[in-house]
Ligand binder design. Sequence first.
Ligand SMILES: [Cu+2]
Length: 158
Amino acid sequence: MERSQQFSSIGGLTIIFFIIAIAISFAFYQFIFLKELNLKPTVREEVANPPQSLTVNIVEGASLPTNPQFYDPSLGRATLGIDNKVIWENLDATPHTVTTDNDYEDPLSGKFDSMETIGLVPAGGTFEFVFTEDGEYPYHCEPHPWMTGTVTIVKDYS
Ligand SMILES: [Cu+2]
């Protein structure tokens, strides 16, 4: 084999390795890096930390099925980026929960259920939840299933 041919075959191998290296890095970027990036919820700052909040009272006597009201307002409405943080205040003497009816899980805040974070909301205590998606979120109290309410979150341009 002539010297010049030897050089060109080494050069050819180098180019093949170089192409393989590029293909591997591209595959990593495409299938691992981008996938990781897409898994993270992209939530606007004012949605993740809204400037205002909606307060829902758990009214006195709510543990009694005969009570005229349980959650007040029972149909709460809030707007993304404005007051999509909902605060339940337990004004009753009995502990209660705020538990999703349909296993709803928010991409940022996780499962919509006080049992997942603080457990029972004690008398005089509060439970906060930030909804980062618009929709209707029905909920109830675990120990007192007749206690029901719904929070509706609307988009800021609707
Ligand atoms: Cu209750």
